[in-house]
Design a protein around this ligand. Structure first.
Ligand code: MF3
Ligand code: CO
Ligand code: CO
Length: 270
């Protein structure tokens, strides 16, 4: 078992899959409003993936060892839900925060990305958590270059999040991705600089920190999938898929509707 190195053709295919996943979030964005149900979001995303993009929704019936098959085409995690929330018939309410996590399969290649949405008017605390979690993801992304180590990414995210009084979920991590949904390596969102695998050009993995406003402890909610914070504090997550290039990184899941890149990122528009 080892980390796959993607060749030029693989990378071309992963760019397409990544952009398509981002575009599903773009088309969901105007729909994420008070009153819509997450089942309706699931149907909109499913139909776009299948009928417009010619993609397969990777979550549908996904069944890693020890799990029951995932029943929907996207994940929607609301408020204290950390990840893997299952769409249902409850309407979103003003002030909810919701993560929509999209994974498409295009021509056999996976594209995986997620964003936070604030439903209607969010509280200051909710908006702050979403924004700081977005910045935490980018603090990890900017560490990506040949010769850096996975521990550098985790350390950057952890230091930033904890420095703002937030906590990092330990049990779920980013992952290598390609022909398989979840490949090596595991990309922890905490850690020590200079540790773990060295990054090499052609590696592709996700960075997808789950950050809690309260304590880091989590539990499974009882449906076999949904993860929630034990203290019921708010949790946020963002996810991009990143390629290690010869000189640094390329984010593969950017699309028209991606939020502005933080100013601390070299090359970000002012
Ligand atoms: N998209 C998630 C990730 O980022 C995995 C979801 S698995 C599912 O790794 F089955 F819940 F969809
Ligand atoms: Co992922
Ligand atoms: Co995902």
């Amino acid at each position: 078992m080892s980390i796959t190195i993607k060749n030029a053709a693989d990378i071309t295919a992963m760019r397409v899959a990544g952009r398509l996943a981002g575009e599903v979030l773009d088309i969901l964005t105007p729909h994420v409003r008070p009153g819509i149900t997450t089942n309706e979001l699931d149907r909109i995303a499913h139909d776009h993936m299948v009928q417009v993009q010619g993609c397969v929704p990777a979550p549908l019936n996904y069944a890693p060892p020890g799990y029951t098959p995932y029943p929907k085409s996207i994940c929607t995690s609301i408020n204290h839900q950390v990840c893997h929330g299952i769409p249902n018939d409850r309407p979103l309410k003003n002030g909810d925060i919701v993560n929509c996590d999209i994974t498409v399969i295009k021509d056999g290649w996976h594209g995986d990305t997620s964003r936070m949405f604030v439903v209607g008017e969010g509280s200051i605390a909710a908006k702050r958590l979403c924004q700081l979690t977005y910045e935490a993801m980018w603090k990890g992304i900017v560490k990506v270059r040949p010769g850096a180590r996975l521990g550098d990414i985790g350390h950057a995210i952890q230091t930033f999040a904890e420095g703002h009084g937030l906590s990092v979920v330990r049990e779920f991590c980013g992952h290598g991705i390609g022909r398989k949904f979840h490949e090596e390596p595991q990309v922890l969102h905490y850690g020590r600089p200079g540790t773990l695998d060295e990054l090499k050009p052609g590696m592709i993995f996700t960075i997808e920190p789950m950050i809690n406003a309260g304590r880091r402890d989590i539990k499974e909610a009882g449906d076999g999938w949904t993860i929630v914070t034990k203290d019921r504090s708010l949790s946020a997550q963002w996810e991009h898929m990143v390629l290690v290039t010869e000189t640094g990184y390329e984010v593969l899941t950017l699309s028209e509707g991606s939020p502005p890149i933080p100013a601390f990122v070299a090359g970000a528009a002012a």
